[in-house]
Design a protein around this ligand. Structure first.
Ligand code: GDP
Length: 416
């Protein structure tokens, strides 16, 4: 928690040991094996008022003490007056599959007397991450692109049992086009089953009324029945009513479970009859982690990127862009596509030129080396000839040979 705020933060990466099966070992089944060697990167953001159980849930989800225990908040007079952005990264490994997990926390969100602009630093942070990615994409060497974009945002709804609060609606309205929103009802153990059912219905109708798009797991045409049923089942639980716990407790029937013990019984985190934690984990980690990354890349980031390009060149206001007629729009899309192609072509040219230059300078170097060697050999031969001539003259004139000349046979003149 005391980590320095960082926008794209991979600082302070620590290695953490898992205490049980989490589920990202299933990632290879979700994508190509090549990525397995490189490892995976996943960034999750958690947003919600302090004390709603955000850090506890992250620890519970990844079965690791990513958050070793939060500091008690300072008295309100001493607390900062703005939302901070803090990120923690950890390299975790399960059955040989490596995952660099980054959790972006947003302390302060919703904690002030006036929370009107609480969403702003969060949007700015998400966009700064898009910017950083775009900048890397524009580089010639794209092999080492680091993806620090936020792939999922868990939005914690206070378990009031009423309906969404203005701050919830405002946040989701501002963020739903930029991040995969996953709303969760925090501390669901504080509500009865019936209250949760009604609360979920009200939340969903608020979300629909405000045209907010929350993340939906995709279903594909040729999908088998089992996968379809799973997707449906996950979808039916949104917004997930969750319970988090760092502790293992004893159940009355003698089992040890992750849960919360109350005088009247134990709430089990991993029991689907008790809460939706298992379904949330399935969506976030076991089944759709790759889909969340993919959707971030091909839909959210791509929309932001084309909006940005249009903003720079053609239409200034994004709402104007949406209303302009289809012909103009397709023209703009064509322009955009052409610009993209031109950019790629320019990059390829640059790479080609660089390669040619490298080859040329290498050739030049070996040519020079060859000349130098040639000169050296010529000099040595020249010297050898002069000495032989001298030797010949001495022999002819009957003069004695120098000790050097006597040894020439053994020594050999020419170094090659
Ligand atoms: P954060 O400020 O949102 O990160 O909240 P913490 O994870 O630090 O949790 C605040 C308090 O709520 C701690 O005392 C937790 O033990 C408790 N807590 C966390 N999750 C739950 C939950 O699901 N149900 C209940 N009843 N309490 C929880």
């Amino acid at each position: 928690p005391s980590q320095a705020p960082s926008t794209t933060g991979v600082s302070n990466v620590v290695r953490k040991k898992l205490m049980g099966y989490v589920g990202f070992a299933n990632l290879p089944n979700q994508v190509h094996r090549k990525s397995v060697r490189k490892g995976f990167q996943f960034t999750a953001m958690v947003v919600g008022e302090s004390g709603l159980g955000k850090s506890t849930l992250i620890n519970t989800l990844f079965n690791t003490k990513l958050y070793p225990g939060k500091e008690v908040p300072a008295p309100s007079a001493e607390r900062p007056k703005t939302v901070a952005i803090e990120s923690i990264s950890a390299d975790i490994e399960e059955n040989g599959v490596r995952l660099r997990l980054t959790v972006v926390d947003t302390p302060g969100f919703g904690d002030f007397v006036n929370n009107d602009d609480s969403w702003k630093p969060i949007v700015e942070n998400i966009e700064a991450r898009f910017d950083a990615y775009l900048e890397q994409e524009n580089r010639v060497n794209r092999l080492k692109i680091v993806d620090n974009r936020v792939h999922a945002c868990l939005y914690f709804i206070q378990p009031t049992g009423h309906s969404l609060k203005p701050i919830d609606i405002e946040f989701m309205r501002r963020l739903h086009t930029k991040v995969n929103l996953i709303p969760v009802i925090a501390k669901a153990d504080t509500m009865t089953e019936e209250e949760i059912r009604d609360f979920k219905a009200r939340i969903l109708s608020d979300i629909a009324y405000h045209n907010i798009h929350i993340y939906e797991a995709p279903t594909y045409e040729n999908e088998d029945e089992e996968a379809l049923a799973e997707a449906e089942e996950i979808a039916s639980k949104i917004p997930f009513a969750i319970v988090g716990s760092d502790n293992v407790v004893d159940t009355p029937d003698g089992r040890q479970v992750r849960g919360r013990a109350y005088p009247w019984g134990v709430i089990e985190v991993d029991n689907e009859d008790h809460c939706d934690f298992v379904k949330l984990r399935q969506m976030l980690i076991r089944t759709y982690m790759e889909e969340l990354r993919e959707h971030t890349n091909s839909v959210l980031y791509e929309n932001w990127r084309s909006g940005k390009l249009l903003g720079m060149g053609i239409a200034q206001d994004p709402s104007v862009f949406q209303e302009i007629n289809p012909a103009v729009r397709s023209q703009e899309e064509r322009t955009l596509h052409e610009a993209k192609l031109a950019k790629m072509e320019a990059e390829m040219k640059l790479v080609f030129q660089q390669k040619v230059q490298e080859k040329e300078s290498k050739l030049k170097q070996s040519e020079e080396e060859l000349y130098a060697r040639h000169r050296e050999m010529k000099d040595a031969l020249e010297k050898q000839r002069a000495e032989l001539e001298d030797k010949k003259r001495r022999i002819e004139s009957g003069r004695p040979l120098t000790p050097d000349q006597k040894n020439t046979k053994k020594k050999g003149f020419l170094r090659t």
